[in-house]
Design a protein around this ligand. Structure first.
Ligand code: ARG
Length: 253
């Protein structure tokens, strides 16, 4: 009896201290969906003045509305986003995360909201494929899938990490690195916005399915999000937002 009692106390204490992700019921009761993103990854999530915007921000707002929820945004360093889910600092992350086995051990992914891949960007038209990066110094953003991908390329001289994609870009412009890897659509937008920069678009080195993430096992929320995303993809609003940013529909085939 005594043992059982103390076990129950231990269990109660654990339950009280463990931070639980909010399941869908709790979120519905509250009425707001706390969404975290980076805000430094145009055209997916970025600031226009003080206003957070971008393809992912607009899609997420549409999906939240479809779920009957009010989105409440937080913008943070890319590296902090997924861990914050476990600590219940926000309910969902949407920041161009590719679905990987590694990440799927730590978070639960929703249905993907677009498909893309990592592309080589450089100032040298000769750097076209992964092979051309042999002997080169390549920049990637810390915490991205591109790091592991680049490290696997044979003959890479060095990989340099930068806190944001923009920092990697600056290093490239300053010729502190030979090339960088970034998302195909981010790279296209970069070339469109600064045609004078001399940036050259190389080939794709990865193919990725990009999705939102919730705390590991928070399936009620993940499922509700995926259902709402499907509806938004079916009613024409996804296509409209995608056309606005990319002049094409970037959903996964
Ligand atoms: N797609 C890449 C990844 O999954 C890069 C994502 C970068 N996102 C960002 N908001 N900076 O790691």
């Amino acid at each position: 009896m005594k043992i059982l009692q103390s076990l129950m106390i231990v269990a109660a204490l654990c339950a009280a201290t463990a931070l639980q992700a909010r399941p869908l019921d709790a979120i519905r009761q509250d009425g707001t969906l706390r969404i975290a993103t980076e805000g430094q990854y145009a055209p997916f999530n970025f600031f226009q003045g003080k206003q957070l915007t971008g393809f992912e921000v607009e899609v997420a707002e549409r999906v939240a509305r479809q779920m009957g929820l009010k989105p409440e945004w937080k913008a943070l360093g890319f590296d902090a986003l997924l861990t914050g889910l476990q600590q219940d600092r926000w309910d969902l992350v949407i920041a161009s995360h590719a679905i990987t086995d590694e990440r799927a051990k730590a978070v639960t992914f929703t249905l993907p909201h677009y498909c893309s891949g990592g592309t080589i960007v450089s100032l040298a038209p000769a750097l076209r494929s992964g092979k051309d990066l042999a002997g080169k110094v390549v920049a990637v953003q810390t915490g991205t899938t591109y790091l592991a991908e680049v490290q696997h390329l044979p003959g890479i001289k060095a990989v340099k990490n930068f806190p944001t994609d923009t920092d990697a870009r600056s290093a490239l412009l300053a010729k502190r690195v030979d090339a960088m890897i970034t998302d195909r659509f981010v790279a296209k937008e970069l070339l469109r916005r600064s045609p004078q920069s001399g940036f050259q678009l190389g080939g794709m080195v990865t193919v990725e399915r990009i999705a939102a993430a919730v705390a590991l096992g928070n399936t009620s929320l993940a499922d509700a999000w995926s259902q709402a995303l499907k509806a938004v993809m079916a009613d024409g609003s996804y296509a409209r937002i995608s056309q606005k940013y990319f002049q094409e529909d970037i959903r996964c085939p």
